[in-house]
Design a protein around this ligand. Structure first.
Ligand code: SF4
Length: 498
């Protein structure tokens, strides 16, 4: 028998959380497993696969440098990796911090390991139960305010700093007409030998452009990105939070989600850095609040919805959307739509697009064209550097596809070309005309938006948040012609000719 083992998963790469928080080289040994079944289970974006695996290998090296004995094991599967580790090292016991995915929790429950409570998130599912209490309706805004008070973030006693909880109005400006290079350029780092080796390991079954050091793969690198964001980007974070530009993929987005999601950063330290910058007068309140809302509000809410509703939630399809994922999602040449081309090109280039592009371009298009929500979830999970099941399932099934029938969102996030035109610069020069809803150059967003509300009018006419749109769709003079155009657009979509 030897030291107890702490088994660290690839999205728990932080010495401050769970079982690792109190571990020392003399009290514990470490196990990390790189599972070839996991790597080959999907056609990952190469930058996503590289980010996950390189971060794991470098974290293992950091633990070794700190004096830990680390068994970094390449194994056919996680359970085989554990079995072989136990056979070779014979630990007193194996500890695991609560894994972040449903499947991994099911796995560890079947194995001979001791599961330790995770504090990787600020609101543990058991604490979320206190928020739920006897509430009949659950709103993210209520949860966010509850978190603000509980965690004492941006508070003056019992009141919010600035006497307002919400600055969404200031933070939803369209993009500026000029000065599209005003936002600080994100840093890249030079790839090292570990990065090159990882690319060789994963490239066989991957797609997308190879890594260029866009995404940091160490704790130090992630901390530098956090410091850069707080000093240079956060001061201008709020204003154009919902804007989209073809010439600028990052605007003032934090680009910190990959590190928060694999543990290189923790939400508490990120929030603390943002609040300190505000209190020192370096960041305006609307920016600090908008960013902190994303972290302690939306992110933690989604995390808890996942645990509240899994596993059935992932399979929901309330709108009966059965369309196969269209060819343009895997081959950009299959569309002439300027907005889709821009966002899909960005995903190919860097395994990333910001949240408004995900929700209001890709998600919106999938919703109004009736793409199967499970296929969309799988595609996003494979494609995004910051993807994880806990974040993808509620965001796609609930928020963007309304596939849960309204458990998470109170309305479907459907919009036509007018919204995209107002919030982006995509429509100018597009092959389609965002104002047209009939004819061969009618904007697919505009046509399918109206068609969506006609197709689902019985359901949504009863929803006060969108009943007006349904009634407007019902009153369209050209609704017959519009529906003929929609059929033609969907046929072209399926054939990769849109
Ligand atoms: S016209 Fe329609 S398809 Fe073209 S960029 Fe605008 S919203 Fe997208």
């Amino acid at each position: 028998m030897s030291l107890p083992t702490i088994w660290v998963f690839g999205d728990q790469l932080n010495r401050e959380i769970g079982a690792l928080a109190t571990a020392t080289p003399t009290t514990h040994q470490i196990l990390m497993i790189e599972s070839s079944a996991k790597i080959s289970s999907r056609r990952w974006h190469v930058q996503r696969a590289h980010f996950i695996v390189a971060s794991m290998r470098k974290f293992a090296n950091e633990l070794r440098d700190a004096g830990f004995q680390v068994d970094y094991r390449h194994a056919p599967s996680m359970s085989e990796g554990l079995r072989d580790h136990v056979a070779e090292f014979r630990p007193d016991e194996v500890l695991v911090t609560e894994p972040n995915s449903y499947a991994s929790r099911m796995l560890v429950n079947k194995l001979n390991v001791r599961v330790v409570r995770s504090d990787q998130f600020l609101c543990h599912p058991s604490e979320y139960q206190a928020f739920l209490g006897s509430r009949k309706s659950i709103k993210m805004e209520d949860f966010y305010r509850w978190q603000r008070k509980r965690l004492v973030v941006l508070m003056n006693g019992d009141e919010p700093v600035g006497d307002r909880w919400n600055f969404d109005e200031e933070n939803r400006q369209p993009p500026p007409k000029t000065g599209h290079d005003r936002w600080p350029q994100p840093h890249t780092y030079a790839l090292d030998e570990t990065d090159q080796a990882v690319v060789e390991t994963v490239r066989g079954n991957c797609w997308g452009e190879f890594p260029i050091g866009q995404w940091a793969t160490t704790r130090q690198g992630a901390l530098e990105r956090l410091a850069f964001f707080v000093e240079h980007v956060l001061p201008v974070f709020g204003e154009h939070e919902d804007a989209m530009l073809k010439s600028n993929w990052h605007l003032a987005h934090s680009l910190l989600s990959p590190y928060l999601n694999n543990g290189l950063l923790l939400p508490g330290e990120v929030v603390e850095a943002a609040e300190s910058a505000f209190r020192e007068g370096k960041v305006p309140l609307n920016s600090a609040e908008g960013f902190i809302r994303q972290i302690i509000g939306w992110r933690e809410y989604i995390w808890n919805c996942y645990w509240q509703w899994m596993p059935d939630y992932a399979e929901m399809n309330a709108l009966g959307a059965t369309r196969e994922l269209p060819p343009m999602f895997t081959d950009i040449s299959k569309t002439k739509m300027a907005c889709m081309t821009s966002v899909l090109t960005g995903v190919n280039s860097r395994a990333y697009s910001h949240h408004i592009e995900r929700l209001m371009v890709l998600g919106n298009f999938a919703l109004i064209s009736g793409i199967n929500p499970q296929q969309l979830t799988q595609w996003m999970w494979n494609s995004y550097v910051d993807a994880a099941e806990w974040v993808m399932v509620p965001n796609i099934i609930g928020m963007s596809q309304y596939a849960d029938g309204g458990m998470l969102a109170t309305k479907p996030y459907a919009s036509g070309g007018a919204y995209i035109d107002r919030m982006s610069d995509h429509c100018k020069g597009c092959a389609y005309d965002r104002k047209k809803r009939t004819g061969s150059d009618a904007c697919p967003f505009t046509v399918l938006y109206w068609d969506f509300f006609l197709r689902h009018q019985d359901r949504f006419v009863k929803n006060p948040r969108v009943a007006r749109q349904v009634r407007a769709a019902q009153q369209l003079q050209d609704s017959d012609e519009l529906q003929v155009t929609a059929v033609s657009i969907l046929r072209k979509l399926d054939n990769g000719e849109l």
